[in-house]
Design a protein around this ligand. Sequence first.
Ligand code: GLA
Length: 529
Amino acid sequence: MATKKNTPGSTSALLIILVTGVTLSLTMDSRPASPQNLPLRAHADADGLALTPPMGWYPWNAFGEAPQTEKLIKEIVDALVASGLKDAGYTYVGPDEGICFSRGPDGKLTSNLARYPSGLRGLGDYIHGKGLKYALYTDAGSKTCSTAMPGTKGHEFEDMRAFADWRADYIKIDWCNTEGQDIVKTYSLLGEAQRAAGRPVVHSLCSWGEGYPWKWAGAIGHMWRTTTDVCAPGQADWARAVRIAFANEKLAPFAGPGRWNDPDMLVVGMPGLSEVQGRSIFSFWCMMASPLIAGNDLRDMTRPTIDTLTNLEAIAIDQDPLGAQGHVVWDDGDVSLWAGKPLFDGSRAALLFFHGKSKARLRIAWDEVGFAAADELYVRNLWTHETTGPHAGGVDVTVGGSDVAFLRISKTKDFPIPPILVADTYLVSLRAAGSRPEKLCGTVTVANKGSSDLPPWRVDPKSLPPWLSVAVTGSGKTQTFVNTVTTAGLKKGAYHALVRADNVEPVSGRPMSALYYDVDLEVVRNVRR
Ligand code: GLA
């Protein structure tokens, strides 16, 4: 069976379904109009956070609420490092609705020490010490969704202060138990409370699309859930995940650096999903520049799950500094072509998804994916890691059932990986025991797992207190922040600094997500001048 299909703004593609009995409903995909009322500047312009989609791990998909404890989170953190996920860019990690705090009689949040014996600050220190960032969870209403934890309603400022004291770097804020609350006002107030707390955080709004957050949330936070949950805890749901991908792709015009549509956590590696389906879901999420928050049990991963989650060539599409969200160009019910994702080096991503059984063979024409019809282009298959070409006019692709062809297409043979930053630690702890002035030193080393070198990091002088100076050494792929503390004249006590550094992505010239790390100094006795 062969069908000619006309697509908006493109020539036709020849579609050949190699299976009988497949119905082709040739519906045109309707693109949303240009977004209205978008704030001119994203919230992230000020804090420099999440200029590429946040990557990390949250426990909800695998575990739900009951099994979450400090022991579990620490085991996951260790597995995240040992499995290579950290080296692939996964950074934010912590308990979700893990019954990790309650509200005391004084109205203040306190750690649940029965489940988290080190307290939530102690857990944060552990995570920072591993070179990862700390993610916590709360709710905008009176209680969290399970009702097991207090929500922030009426306590916005003190709760965000508590999260800052625990040193959270990312806060997911749910929308349960919010009857009668105005959604924009509530999340705006929470954003204000976060700024007042003085510790920049990735603000992840979670209203499952309620209130159309893509229209306004970029001025308040960095990412917003666009749909219902991708699965119930413990079990992936392929059909639901695919539905969510097709709902989320329609919001492409609203995404960009520092402001991301969030189709929920990943289900890759969870029970109920085949290896091929996991690869397809991962490809959709990367194509849509979605936050990549793994949701599987990292302590128990098959090789294919690790290979899927750590495929740097796929992650490069997600983490591309231009931050474009790919979308469906056409969809005939069984086969869909996804494009609209220009990349920083002039190449483009394209994805062909076959929803049926058996196989589909199809020719992707260059003018369907953003190039000129007559171009001669190289094609990189992001799962087989093979480059072919140059191909004139287009390329023939064969895709199996539930599978994707995830491609990067370029005028040149090179397919550079944008910066993927990995730190050895985000916490420098120093101790001055004597009363004589001394200089103490601690380092933070940041490697770039991408293929391009970085210019030197620039430390923001406003983030440095008088007792701390920072020099950046090294170049190219690995740079070290040398933190020098001068103790002369310091009084006995605990000192803290949150150091900020910025960099400019070398090829596109765009600012990269800012880097923050904590420096703690304990001065045991008063120090002479
Ligand atoms: C909601 C969110 C989920 C998870 C749970 C926790 O359902 O959408 O991602 O955080 O709450 O209760």
